[in-house]
Ligand binder design. Structure first.
Ligand code: ADP
Ligand code: 5SP
Length: 499
């Protein structure tokens, strides 16, 4: 039997999967790393932590699997999107990475809008959002000129890890799409955007397709992991593109729900003709010449992990969530909005913050935990509604990410989305998608679609319960009002946050 490895460089952890030719996940290994929030709205990680975590996880994967290194033919990557890793001339990071959920760049976003006007949407197909990479580059140039002066090139998180495993620097189109520097439809760096901000083309790495072979493992990486230096390395893609591949979202009709640190509702686009007027993100898929549109909740799984680490430190998710099923939909009148680091879809607002509305003396911790899950799901439902209003049929949703580990949450998704929700045998869609890029790249399958027929294994399916769905529909109307009612209060409170 032959194998491939998928590496998913997430925000909470790096997760590696060893997958056999029949699509069976043979082994998994994970390493967590810290997030640094030095100021309100800031979110950074240390690139060296990603590298250390990946090497350790790969080493564990290779040693626990009982599989000879020569049988592992290929490896590919999925990565958290948008994070700025600025490298000096020797490819050393000049500062910590500034991540996708860092919202310090509101002023730079306004500058981008003013400078590019309508061209911004026409070329990059996306609005200027704080999380994207270009505003981060401009922020470093304005606020840390000495660091910027040392910067020779930028890459995205998984590109840096891949560089450390192979010695080569590239960026794939699906990840480049989230930089706001790519001409998305024409698949090339935009001279127009680079020129408008006085940025040299040399700052941008060479572009490749997500499925392109970019080399083999270096001798050093092979020695550190126990893998073979013959292992073929494929570029890989953005985590949401890989999540879509790993969930089989490779043709029109299916919708993806991913609850990782962020939350995503994603639909496949066969070409670049759709026009959502910047209300949702529009990016290149990991499948060649395809695209996808998605709405993003900034703090989806992160809201629950924040709640756990703040009010149930040391407890498992299963223990935190015990008892939530005994509480009726609506958490007995408690509503949560998950804006704890600001929001993207449908409210692109970096100053908004979360709320618990309707706290009652009878509420227990389980009510709060359930309200957090409901609030996250309501937020994702705003994206579902947006796609329905744009004319898409959303009747089957494949659910992946850490949030898909909990059956009660999957049923809640079905009830709130009013759609059938399908869980996969392994919830790690992005890691599986990365493994599929390697499997197709190694020539095991003629296409990603053919690979999906074997690798994407559906498990349980959840159908909406009419009574619960009706109750959630009423609650959703109230949920939608909370943003408008708390907006000004939160903007006024912004001055009191940790600066
Ligand atoms: N057993 C569980 N039950 C419910 N939610 C979970 C469970 N385990 C993890 N999660 C959620 O999944 C999130 C992590 O998902 P993951 O896909 O691993 O994220 P990332 O790719 O961003 O690192 C956590 O923040 C948490 O909210
Ligand atoms: O910013 C986005 C998408 O635009 C996020 O979806 C990141 O790509 C991080 O993903 P997770 O760590 O939540 O998987």
């Amino acid at each position: 039997m032959k194998y491939v490895i998928g590496v998913d460089l997430g925000t909470s952890a790096v997760k590696t999967l060893l997958v056999a030719q029949d699509g069976t996940v043979r082994a998994e290994a994970t390493r967590e790393y810290p997030l640094y929030h030095e100021k309100s709205g800031w979110s950074e990680q240390e690139p060296e932590d990603w590298v250390r975590g990946t090497l350790e996880a790969l080493q564990e994967l290779a040693s626990q699997a009982g599989v000879g290194p020569q049988d592992i033919e290929g490896i590919s990557f999925s990565g958290q999107m948008h994070g700025l890793v600025l490298l000096d001339a020797e490819n050393r990071p000049v500062r910590r990475a500034i991540l996708w959920n860092d919202t310090r760049t509101t002023a730079q976003c306004r500058e981008i809008e003013k400078t590019l006007g309508d061209k911004l949407l026409a070329v990059t197909r996306n609005p200027a959002l704080e999380g994207f990479t270009l505003p981060k580059i401009l922020w470093v140039r304005e606020n840390e000129p000495q660091a910027f002066e040392r910067a020779a090139r930028f890459v995205l998180p998984k590109d840096y890890v891949r560089y450390r495993l192979t010695g080569g620097i590239q960026m794939d189109l699906s990840d480049a799409a989230g930089t706001l520097l790519l001409d998305v439809a024409n698949k090339r760096w935009s001279d127009e955007v680079l020129g408008a901000f006085g940025l040299g083309a040399a700052l941008c790495p060479p572009l490749v397709e997500a499925g392109a072979q970019v080399g083999t493992l270096s001798e050093d990486a092979a020695a550190k992991t126990g893998l073979s230096a013959q292992t073929r390395v494929f570029a890989g893609g953005a985590d949401n593109a890989c999540g879509a591949i790993g969930a089989g979202i490779l043709k029109p009709g299916l919708t993806l729900c991913s609850i990782g640190t962020s939350g995503v509702i994603l639909t496949y686009e066969a070409d670049a003709s759709a026009d959502y007027k910047g209300k949702v993100h529009f990016f290149n898929h990991g499948k060649e010449n395809a695209f996808y549109a998605m709405g993003v909740t900034l703090a989806a799984g992160y809201s629950l992990s924040w709640f756990r680490s703040t009010f149930a430190k040391g407890e498992s998710y299963d223990s935190l969530l015990a008892g939530i099923e005994d509480i009726a939909p609506g958490s007995d009148g408690l509503l949560f909005t998950p804006y704890i680091v600001g929001e993207r879809t449908p409210h692109a607002d970096s100053a908004i913050r979360g709320s618990f509305i309707g706290m009652d003396g009878a509420h227990t911790r389980a009510h709060f935990a359930r309200a957090v899950m409901e609030g996250i799901t309501f937020s994702l439902n705003e994206s579902v509604e947006m796609f329905r209003q744009a004319g898409k049929t959303v009747d089957t949703i494949v659910s992946i990410g850490g949030g898909a580990k909990n059956p009660a949450w999957l049923q809640m998704q079905a009830d709130i989305f009013q759609a059938e929700v399908v869980a996969l045998e392994n919830e790690q869609g992005p890691g599986l998608g990365a493994a599929m890029l390697a499997a197709a790249g190694c020539g095991w399958f003629p296409s990603l679609d053919a690979c999906a027929d074997v690798f994407v294994k559906r498990a349980s399916s959840y159908r909406p319960d009419p009574a619960r769905s009706a109750r959630y529909a009423e609650l959703f109307r109230i949920y939608r009002d909370v943003y408008a009612h708390t907006r000004d209060l939160n903007h006024a409170l912004a001055a009191f946050r940790k600066q």
